[in-house]
Design a protein. Structure first.
Length: 390
């Protein structure tokens, strides 16, 4: 077994208002280039800009991007350049000096490409993943669903409220949580997954253990949601690949027991992206279809409030992986710290603020506890902002 996303070596971050010239490139230009879609547009403004070739659709959805911040890595240096209009980036990439034409074109294509359905769900609108914690020590609900019958009832209520997928977990991964055995985890989640699947409800299993993944998929789960991005146990990749399951890959620095001790990043959005991009590549190499993968930045998992804020401000960067993006910010502790110290069940307003900000950056999937309220907020946002059907 491996630990997840060890703290990286520090590097310097430089800022440039324009695109750098004479940049020293490694042998693989694509490996040094990352683009953050900015200049975001919605509604008629987005449609007109795309039609005029001044913008491109973000992940094939109703949000369009008309500019980018270019991130160029050179050894232990990261240069952030821009934002600059798309036309300028394309001209820069085509120049002999930049020698990045192919890399830029590939990155832009990944950002703009429409996403196929995930776990059987079309992504023509925001999709909600309802959370069921079949654990006695969940941070968000204090063990409300620890009994099987309570967990099953909670899942059914979330579907009635508008959840598209139910995520069932049997091991708490809150900060400081101790691991449980695979046997305990299976005993907690399998009866819940089986009952919900028998109702025809799409279910994912929130687990990092391949033996629990296998049992959950056999019990009727459509997908796995792994806080270790299928890196905790090398057998996880084969498990997902052979069963042709979908997987949500999450970033976490360290382990649940230690992740909040002293998280360190030189540039949190960039490092989270690079890790998830590398995990997507590892999954594809292992035989998992890219269309079966989604990525989650892991808000609160080995990150302080500054890291969380920076990642949320640039969560659109994750579209560059070519996969759907998942946000799990619901009821998390950073909301209370940014406000008045509210407990988990009093963090609805902050959870909705994070969800709406992410929706405006084209995020497609939201892992939430308060399904009806989130659905309502996103429905109103869609109508006002021209973000499509809800």
């Amino acid at each position: 077994m491996t630990t997840h996303a060890s703290p990286p070596l520090p590097f310097t971050v430089e800022w440039s208002p324009g695109l750098p010239r004479g940049f020293s490139l490694p042998s693989d230009p694509a490996g040094c280039l990352t683009l953050v879609p900015t200049g975001l547009l919605t509604g008629q403004a987005a449609a007109r800009a795309v039609e005029a070739s001044r913008a491109r659709p973000l992940a094939g959805g109703p949000v369009a991007f008309s500019a980018c911040v270019a991130m160029l890595a050179d050894g232990r240096r990261l240069v952030r350049a821009g934002p600059v209009p798309l036309a300028e980036i394309e001209d820069w990439a085509a120049s002999d000096e930049a020698a990045l034409g192919g890399a830029v074109a590939a990155r832009l294509e990944k950002i703009a490409r429409p996403r196929p359905p995930f776990a059987g769900l079309s992504l023509d609108r925001a999709r909600l993943i309802g959370v069921v914690n079949a654990t006695p020590d969940s941070f968000s609900d204090g063990g409300d669903s620890v009994a099987t019958e309570d967990a099953v009832a909670a899942g059914r209520r979330l579907v009635e409220a508008g959840a598209d997928l139910i995520d069932v977990g049997g091991e708490s991964t809150r900060p400081g949580a101790a691991p449980v055995t695979a046997a305990i985890e299976r005993d907690r989640v399998l009866p819940v997954i089986g009952a919900l699947a028998a109702d025809g409800i799409p279910v994912s299993a929130d687990t990092r253990r391949p033996e629990v993944m296998r049992a959950a998929l056999e019990a009727g789960a459509f997908a796995v949601n792994d806080v270790s991005a299928l890196s905790f146990d090398e057998a996880s990749l084969e498990t997902v690949a052979t069963r042709r399951a979908c997987a949500i890959l999450m970033h976490m620095q360290g382990t649940p027991e230690t992740m909040q001790d002293a998280p360190v990043y030189s540039d949190a959005p960039y490092e989270v992206f690079r890790f998830l991009d590398s995990r997507v590549a590892a999954c594809v190499a292992a035989g998992i279809a890219r269309g079966s993968l989604a990525v989650d930045p892991g808000i609160g998992f080995g990150k302080d409030d500054g890291h969380n804020s920076a990642i949320l401000a640039e969560i659109g960067l994750l579209h560059t992986t070519g996969c759907p993006v998942v946000l799990g910010a619901s009821r998390k502790s950073f909301i209370g710290r940014m406000s008045r110290g509210e407990p988990p069940k009093a963090r609805l307003a902050g959870s909705l603020a994070a969800a709406t900000a992410a929706a405006l950056q084209g995020v497609q999937l939201f892992r939430v506890h308060d399904v009806a309220e989130t659905r309502q907020a996103l429905a109103v946002l869609a109508r006002i902002g021209g973000l499509g059907v809800t």
